[in-house]
Design a protein around this ligand. Structure first.
Ligand SMILES: Nc1ncnc2c1ncn2[C@@H]1O[C@H](COP(=O)(O)OP(=O)(O)OP(=O)(O)O)[C@@H](O)[C@H]1O
Ligand SMILES: [Mg+2]
Length: 355
């Protein structure tokens, strides 16, 4: 860049305002000389002409400025601000020299909230996955040890242990399958599927695959389909997964001998978009879900009763998969539940519109 180009640049104040991240400039006495709009938004009214501490109270910010003023260097610092919403910033402090005048310090706050949150989610996921895999794996290892030692000559015990090991291995395989389908859905969540899908046969085949499980609990699965129901815009394999998970839950958590009722109805106005949709409600007569759990149900690995879900072979990923698939379809999921009476999950999907 030549001097002539620099002379064409806008005035320093305009440059400062154009920076989307908060910037504060202090003098060698740590008094605030300038602040851009992003800084005022983040830190509230700024105390121009006064000590930096009047504007930002965070001790790490003050320490960074002091370190630069006394030592002439300061590594980038990560700052957490709790209010008004939790945000994370990478703070860099740079001296600004202009001629013979005393230098100024520029404090630039780079918003790294999104990246930090993604990293926390990743770390949580790794911790959860390892934890979920470790318990079936330790149990399998324990049984192998017993089979090689004390149970070596006892065919009855061997048979029983092998059955348990089979169940534990199946649970690990389930977990891995669920994690893979979750990440597959996430990869193309921004591309809505567009094929016309008739929901009735999809749900009917799901009901068939769960008939055995329902029979073991003497439960009936009933389906009620509105006449003339239109297809939805969707991905048939993913929609099968949605209903497989929801009907599986209804059978798993429904009371023995009760019915699971599935209804498919047109919905003239979808929430938010107001478009035409199809609503599929899956209703069970089980113990229900207390209201405090409802907002968290679709989180990965969230289970109301961890021990029970696990003993039923659950990974706690079913509803997370449902939520992501439904959101890829530009639809939504609602839950109504009454403790002691039962739960209704409703999936609303946009109706297919031929173009
Ligand atoms: N119909 C229901 N009635 C009562 N509780 C339910 C129902 N559906 C889900 N839940 C609760 O929500 C939790 C999360 O459900 P989700 O389907 O994600 O996991 P899961 O059924 O435990 O395991 P997975 O589906 O991965 O085998 C369940 O553990 C259960 O506590
Ligand atoms: Mg489930």
């Amino acid at each position: 860049m030549t001097d002539a180009d620099v002379a064409d640049l806008p005035h320093a104040a305009e440059l400062l305002e154009a920076i989307p991240d908060p910037v504060l400039i202090v003098d060698t006495g740590r008094n605030l000389v300038a602040a851009n709009a992003a800084a005022t938004d983040t830190f509230g009214a700024t105390g121009l002409g006064r000590d930096l501490a009047q504007t930002v109270r965070h001790p790490d910010v003050l320490r960074a400025a002091d370190e630069m003023l006394s030592a002439g260097e300061c590594p980038e610092t990560v700052i957490e601000l709790a209010a008004p919403v939790r945000r994370t910033f990478g703070l860099s402090v740079t001296p600004l020299r202009h001629g013979a005048a005393a230098p100024l310090l520029m404090l630039l706050f780079r918003d790294i909230t999104v990246a930090t949150r993604a990293e926390e989610i990743r770390a949580d996921l790794v911790a959860n996955v390892s934890h979920e895999l470790r318990s079936p794996l330790s149990s399998v290892l324990g049984f192998i040890e017993t089979l090689k030692g004390p149970a070596r000559d006892d065919p009855a015990v061997q048979e029983r242990f092998l059955d348990i090991m089979e169940g534990e291995a199946a649970r690990m395989a389930n977990l891995i399958d669920d994690l893979l389908s979750l990440s597959r859905v996430e990869i193309n969540e921004h591309v809505p599927p567009s094929e016309p899908v008739d929901l009735e046969p999809v749900i009917a085949s799901t009901v068939d695959t769960l008939a055995g499980a329902a029979q073991r609990k003497e439960m009936a699965i009933e389906m009620d389909v509105a006449a003339g129901l239109q297809p939805v815009a969707g991905d048939v394999d993913q929609l099968r997964q949605v209903f497989q998970n929801l009907v599986d839950n209804a059978v798993k958590y429904g009371r023995e001998g009760s019915a699971v009722e599935i209804s498919l109805q047109p919905l003239p106005r979808m929430r938010e978009t107001g478009g035409v949709g199809v609503a599929v409600a899956i209703r069970d007569h089980g113990e229900g879900i207390a209201p405090e759990h409802l907002p968290r149900l679709t989180e990965r690995f969230y289970r109301v009763d961890k021990g029970r879900s696990r003993s039923l072979g659950g990974t706690g990923l079913g509803l997370a998969i449902v939520k992501h698939i439904v959101s890829r379809h530009r639809g939504y999921l609602t839950v109504d539940s009454e403790v002691g009476a039962g739960t209704t999950f409703t999936v609303v999907l946009p109706q297919y519109a031929a173009t």
